[in-house]
Design a protein around this ligand. Structure first.
Ligand code: CAA
Length: 692
């Protein structure tokens, strides 16, 4: 075996040259790896005894694509395209042998080989769109030449991973070989290719798959229309569509140039910087400085869920989906039956949409042990309570749990605001208590705030973080504070949204501005969706807010077709005259002279106080890093990923500008806008808050 460099080896097995890439953890295409591949191929080509070349990867995966950490830095030679040119021009067949994942530049590398063989567990895809870019090494030009324009559009604009079976069906993989013997089977395949004497097949020369889409712009127009909602606000998907259209309409080399120009533009964009930041931020969130990765975790074989309501049911589904049995406890049979029926209905809806088989529905339902007795939680390794948000109620539950749970069991609260330390204090084992805060709908939203109490044991935190990953959540470790990270910041926005409608804006103005900013919906549409009467009773109504006034006249939100908005039978919202009157009346009663409020002011007053609160959270050490705060907003509240998160967004605006605006608002509107010390200091030092 010849070491080409630290990360690439070349060896020969009879007449087959084998190149092995070995750059842990994921064989990302660093400059060193690229140089090594080009050199190894050149040597194999020069070796007359080698009749074919197998390109394989060591470690857990084939290749995760370009090294994302290199983006934004001066490019280093050789470029991936130059390496591909060497492979494609090789006068002997080059065969990519794929296991794990072939993603982005990794798949593009494989597409410049003459053949691709893979094991059945392999997956491939072009996920660049998720980083705000497009496949910039010929992916948009070569992929359609194999799978056709329509499949390529789907794959490239979604960034989704494709299974080996599907890839083989599309012709993307030439052969699937048995698991565990990839290298040898790829060598055997190479021998077959040599024996067949087949002429070299270059993907760039194929035309059959793209010909049907030629001269048919309507294919692309329809695709845009169909996905308009999904692509809203994003720049990369449109560029991907244009590049695939170019693959169909232009000669290969021209298409490549077109793709390159689009890539260069996207890679330098703010959106791509934000999306790349989000990629690393998500991985960073898993790391807790004083809890090393190898901290032993407790085994979670059975989960107990207290409460079968919307939250309890949604949370339970996460565990059922991961094959973990759940004991669900309710206080009465009706509530229990209703909870189980909702879970079943959700699964059956997934089955109707083809996302689940009926057999799977039954399998998951069978993992539930329904119960009316807390005592039945005695064998659970983790118990999560999702009962009424009242400290006294929580304390009562935890006192009982302390007497019921087995030693070593973890006791968690799904509270969205309350003090975990106070809850833990009623137990004899506060080290086993923590918050596990899920976000509604709990079976869908990816965020899990893991709330670390003052006394929570390290292995308990580590277990909750690992469990989060196991059930497909993004777990973020946060400290005890009213509303933790997400809701604490949300309260700031809500306060300002309420003030804005008193001062001159209407709910639909605020909602429109935030929707245009990229959020799925604004605060008033969200309130209508959640139900305006949440926590409201006629007895406790002060009648001083628009929300309370609306409840008083039975406008309860979407559920009864009227709230801040009026809803038609298709749940389409229109601004309500009644709401408008109520708001004008309230302003009058408070002696406020209403004024025209600009969209810019609405945006700043909703977002800047959130950023400010984020800085306070950081200052107090309630979040480990600014990027964790951003991940909370990206995965729990639908913050548009192309804006990176509130803290990243503050940096794109310019921290000094944010501080100046807060100071101006503080003068006219009061101390709520006083900028946090950390924000002021970071701005002064010219640093980025998102890197704190
Ligand atoms: N570049 C640099 N680092 C990468 C990377 C990449 N392409 N892909 C993964 N990593 C790093 C991660 O940051 C992580 O680092 P830490 O351990 O320090 O946190 C480590 O590799 C392991 O990654 P994961 O924790 O994500 O491991 P996993 O096993 O859960 O997933 C994976 C592996 C499916 C490959 C996943 O990492 C992934 O999806 N990676 C990104 C793939 C991608 O987007 N590729 C396209 C790159 S852009 C491109 O190729 C442009 C082009 O056209 C040339």
């Amino acid at each position: 075996m010849t070491a080409i460099n630290d990360v690439v080896d070349l060896t020969r097995e009879g007449e087959i040259a084998v190149i092995t890439l070995d750059s842990p953890p994921v064989n990302a295409l660093s400059a060193q790896l690229r140089a090594g591949i080009a050199q190894a191929v050149e040597q194999a080509v020069a070796d007359d005894a080698a009749k074919a070349i197998v390109l394989t990867c060591a470690g857990r995966t084939f290749c995760a694509g370009a090294d994302i950490t290199e983006f934004g830095k001066p490019p280093k030679d050789p470029s991936l395209s130059a390496v591909q040119a060497v492979i494609e021009a090789a006068p002997k067949p080059v065969i990519a042998a794929i296991h794990g994942t072939a993603l982005g530049g990794g798949l593009e590398l494989a597409l410049s080989c003459h053949y691709r063989v893979a094991v059945p567990s392999a997956r491939c895809g072009l996920p660049e769109v998720k980083l705000g870019i497009l496949p910039g090494a010929g992916g948009t030009q070569r992929l359609p030449r194999i799978v056709g324009a329509e499949q390529a559009l789907e794959m490239i604009t979604s960034g989704a991973h494709v299974t080996a079976k599907d890839a083989a069906a599309m012709g993307l993989f030439d052969k699937l070989v048995a698991e565990g013997n990839l290298r040898e089977d790829a060598i055997a395949f190479a021998r077959e290719v040599i024996a067949s004497g087949a002429p070299l097949k270059k993907v760039r020369d194929l035309d059959e798959a793209i010909a049907p889409a030629r001269g048919k712009p309507e294919i692309f127009a329809e695709f845009r229309k169909k996905n308009a909602r999904k692509f809203r606000g994003f720049e990369a998907p449109e560029a991907c569509i244009q590049a695939v259209e170019a693959a169909v309409e232009k000669p290969f080399e021209e298409g490549l140039k077109f793709e390159r120009a689009l890539f260069e533009k996207l890679v330098a964009s703010e959106q791509s910087a934000a999306q790349r930041y989000a990629f690393f931020a998500e991985r960073e969130a898993a790391k807790i400085p004083d809890i090393p990765k190898d901290t032993p975790t407790r085994e979670i074989a059975r989960v107990g869920m207290i409460g079968a309501g919307t939250m309890g049911g949604g949370i339970s589904m996460n565990f059922l989906n991961a094959g973990i049995p759940v004991t669900i406890v309710e206080t009465n049979q009706d509530a229990l039956d209703r909870g189980l029926a909702t879970i079943r209905k959700n699964y059956e809806n997934s089955a109707k949409r083809g996302r689940l088989s009926m057999e799977d529905v039954e399998k998951r339902m069978a993992l539930i042990t329904p119960s009316l007795a807390l005592d039945d939680l005695a064998d659970c390794d983790l118990v999560i309570e999702a009962v009424f948000e009242l400290m006294e109620v929580k304390k009562e539950i935890f006192t009982k749990l302390d007497g019921i749970c087995k030693p070593g069991a973890i006791m968690a609260s799904n509270t969205s605001y309350l003090d975990i330390d106070k809850i833990a204090s009623v137990t004899s084992r506060p080290g086993d208590v923590l918050g596990m805060h899920f976000f509604s709908p709990a079976n869908v939203m990816r965020l899990l705030e893991v709330v670390r109490g003052e006394k929570t044991e390290k292995d308990v935190v580590a277990t909750a973080m690992a469990l989060g990953k196991r059930i497909g959540k993004v777990a973020v470790c946060v400290g005890v504070a009213h509303g933790f990270v997400g809701n604490r910041m949300l309260s700031e926005r809500q306060r300002e949204a309420n003030n804005l409608i008193m001062e001159g804006a209407m709910p639909w103005d605020v909602d429109r501005v935030l929707h245009d900013f990229g959020l799925p919906m604004g605060p008033f549409a969200m309130a209508d969706l959640a139900g305006l009467d949440l926590g409201w009773t006629p007895e406790n109504s002060t009648g001083e807010t628009a929300k309370e006034r609306l409840c008083e006249i039975d406008r309860r939100g979407q559920k009864n077709g009227k709230g801040f908005y009026d809803y038609d039978e298709n749940r389409k919202a229109t601004p309500s005259k009644v709401t408008e009157e109520i708001i004008l009346d309230l302003s009058r009663a408070k002696g406020i002279t209403r004024r025209a409020i600009s969209d810019q002011e609405i945006l700043e007053r909703c977002i800047y106080p959130m950023i400010n609160e984020g800085a306070k959270i950081l200052q107090e050490g309630k979040a480990l890093r600014a990027s964790d705060i951003d991940i909370v907003w990206l995965t729990g509240y639908g913050w548009p990923v192309y804006r990176g998160g509130p803290m990243f967004y503050a940096d794109t605006i310019g921290l000094d500008k944010v501080v100046a605006a807060l100071e101006t608002y503080a003068k006219s509107l009061g101390p709520d806008f006083e900028p946090a010390e950390l924000l002021v200091r970071t701005a002064k030092e010219g640093k980025r808050i998102s890197e704190m």
